[in-house]
Design a protein around this ligand. Structure first.
Ligand SMILES: O=P(O)(O)OP(=O)(O)OP(=O)(O)OC[C@H]1O[C@@H](n2cnc3c(O)ncnc32)[C@H](O)[C@@H]1O
Ligand SMILES: [Mg+2]
Length: 169
C-alpha cells in the first residue's frame, strides 16, 4: 500500500510524510478542478476531494489524499480555510477541515481584487514561496503554527477516521 498526495507543495507532502510514517508517499500534481483561489468552504472541500479522487484513480491499492487551501467569508470577514480528503483503497471517502483564522483587512482587500493569496503573501512579507513554507497561517500566528503543522493535523484527522473505519470492518 502507498499513499499518493495530490500536490507538489512541500508543506503538504511533509504533512503526509509526518503522519503516514510506515507507508511510501508519492506526490502527484493532480488538478483540483476548482479555481486556483477557492472562495468558500464548499469550493475548498471540493478541490480537496477532487485531488484525492484523482490520486486514488491512478493505481490499485493506494490511498489518495487531497489537501486544499482557500478562504471563506464569515461575519463579513475573510478567513483562511483548509480542507483535506482521503479516498481509500476501496473507494471510501473521508474528509476533515483544518484550523481557520481571520485575515487582516489589507490581505482581504487584495484577495477581493482577484489576486491569489500565495502571491499576496509573498508581496506582503517580501519573501518568496510563503505558501510552500510557513504559509499565511504561519505569518499571522507569529510562526507559532505553520502550514505544514496545520495540514499535519488535517491529515491526522483523515488517518484517524480511516483507521477507525478499517477496524470496524
Ligand atoms: O501546489 P498546490 O497544491 O496547489 O498548493 P498551493 O500552495 O497552491 O495551495 P492551494 O492550492 O491549496 O491553495 C489555494 C490558494 O491559496 C493560497 N494559500 C492557501 N493557503 C495559504 C497559506 O497558508 N499561505 C499562502 N498562500 C496560501 C495558495 O497559494 C493558492 O493561491
Ligand atoms: Mg494551488
Amino acid at each position: 500500500m502507498k499513499v499518493f498526495i495530490g500536490s507538489n507543495n512541500p508543506a503538504k507532502i511533509t504533512a503526509v510524510e509526518n503522519v503516514f510514517t510506515k507507508l511510501k508517499i508519492v506526490a502527484h500534481d493532480v488538478p483540483s478542478h476548482v479555481s486556483s483561489q477557492p472562495y468558500s468552504d464548499t469550493e475548498t472541500l471540493e478541490g480537496a476531494i477532487n485531488r484525492a479522487q484523482e490520486c486514488a484513480s491512478l493505481a490499485e491499492d493506494v490511498i489518495g489524499i487531497g489537501l486544499e487551501g482557500g478562504v471563506m467569508e464569515l461575519n463579513k470577514k475573510l478567513l483562511l480555510c483548509n480542507w483535506g480528503a482521503l479516498v481509500d483503497e476501496s473507494g471510501e471517502l473521508f474528509v476533515a477541515s483544518g484550523a481557520r483564522i481571520p485575515l487582516p483587512k489589507e490581505i482581504s482587500e487584495q484577495l477581493l481584487k482577484g489576486i491569489e493569496l500565495g502571491e499576496i503573501m509573498d508581496w506582503y512579507v517580501k519573501k518568496k514561496d510563503v505558501r510552500k513554507n510557513q504559509g499565511a497561517i504561519g505569518i499571522f500566528t507569529d510562526e507559532l503554527v505553520g502550514r505544514e503543522e496545520m495540514f499535519r493535523h488535517v491529515v491526522k484527522l483523515l488517518k484517524g477516521q480511516y483507521d477507525y473505519n478499517y477496524k470496524q470492518r
